[in-house]
Design a protein around this ligand. Structure first.
Ligand code: DOR
Ligand code: ZN
Length: 346
């Protein structure tokens, strides 16, 4: 039985770091485990210009512990009126690695998102031309579509057309939650990939309602039925380079979560790799973790693999019930529990 697993230093391809005091209090959890991270731009106001992206990157670097080497990869938030030239300039200047499509009102701070995909076709044209990846929050937002069906309907009503109309555009279908999404990505060309979170691999929608309403299991896209969780696990351990690590760590204070209208998001950064290791171990697929965590992402983005390694050791780690942030508390994923793997920087 494997006791120590040493893998190439991994990256996290989907992270919410927020800003200000929250940024300072959460960034080092990610920087301790990951060499690079794709930084979500859903701030208020969102990151829609090269100037804003440059300034946000600097605020992140200022907040990182200098003993950890960490590179934030910045993302431009697409709006109905975004200028294709601004996006292309941000990419050419090395500020923006990718662009993010939030359908308007799909999730936290997405009110400036895209109301009709056709509104951003000129930007998608430019991105296809320059090889800039599109990151997709893949849910329709019409109130007449059931919340559990929004991802599947997004595939048939939006994503299929985008893939057809931009056959060479690199697309990352983020935080997939359904068998339909896993199947779609698997069947698509090599320019289509997906990220998978630890929480969607670990629980199904029952967790949100276990004995009462459990706000710390609520995120978007919402967890689905067990058959979908099993399909995601199969995709993650498949060894296909189309599926890679993206935690979607999304910190909200305990007050913002435990409210009559609680925010969506799990804070999984502190024990992210331990959680993925648990899943891959349960699936008897620890040999597939390095590709998923450290190789497939950079290859898809076309950037070098990291140097150095990290180690996971088969040894219990206790997850605190809460952590301190912003003069209050945050409840991490696995709060009060134990995970069977311990992470160390090697
Ligand atoms: O659960 C989520 N939280 N899903 C998202 O898409 C956004 C995120 C956040 O920013 O809190
Ligand atoms: Zn997210």
């Amino acid at each position: 039985m494997t006791q120590n697993l040493t893998i190439r230093r991994p990256d996290d391809w989907h992270v919410h770091l927020r800003d200000g005091a929250m940024l300072s209090d959460v960034v080092n959890y990610t920087a301790r485990q990951f060499s690079r991270a794709i930084i979500m731009p859903n701030l208020t106001p969102p990151v829609t210009t090269v100037t804003a992206g440059t300034a946000y990157r600097q605020r992140i670097l200022d907040a990182v512990d200098p003993s950890l080497s960490f590179e934030p990869l910045m993302v431009c938030y697409l709006t109905d009126t975004i200028d294709a030239d601004e996006v292309a300039r941000g990419h050419a200047e090395g500020v923006f690695t990718a662009c993010k499509l939030y359908p308007a009102n799909a999730t936290t701070n997405s009110s400036h998102g895209v109301t009709d995909i056709k509104n951003i076709y000129p930007v998608l044209e430019a991105m296809q031309r320059i090889g800039m990846p599109l990151l997709v929050h893949g849910e329709v937002t019409h109130q007449d579509v059931d919340i559990f069906d929004r991802e599947a309907v997004f595939i048939s009503d939006v994503l299929k057309d985008v893939v057809k109309d931009f056959p060479a555009l690199k697309i990352i279908f983020e935080h997939i939650t359904t068998a339909e999404a896993a199947d779609f990505v698997m069947a698509a060309g090599p320019n289509i990939a997906a990220t998978i979170t630890p929480h969607h691999l670990e629980f199904n929608r029952n967790a949100i309602f276990q004995g009462g309403i459990r706000p710390h299991y609520y995120c978007l896209p919402i967890a689905k039925r067990e058959k979908h969780r099993l399909a995601l696990r199969n995709a993650a351990i498949s060894g296909s380079p189309k599926f890679f690590l993206g935690t979607d760590t999304a910190p909200h204070t305990v007050e913002a979560k435990q409210s009559a209208c609680g925010c969506a998001g799990l804070f999984n950064a502190p024990y992210a790799l331990e959680a993925y290791a648990k899943v891959f171990d349960e699936e008897d697929a620890l040999d597939k973790l390095e590709g998923f965590a450290s190789e497939f992402g950079p290859r898809f983005y076309g950037i070098p693999l990291n140097d150095g390694t990290v180690t996971l050791t088969r040894k219990d780690v206790s997850v605190p019930e809460t952590l301190d942030v912003m003069d209050t508390k945050i409840v991490p994923f696995h709060s009060g529990g134990t995970l069977p793997w311990t992470f160390s920087r090697s």
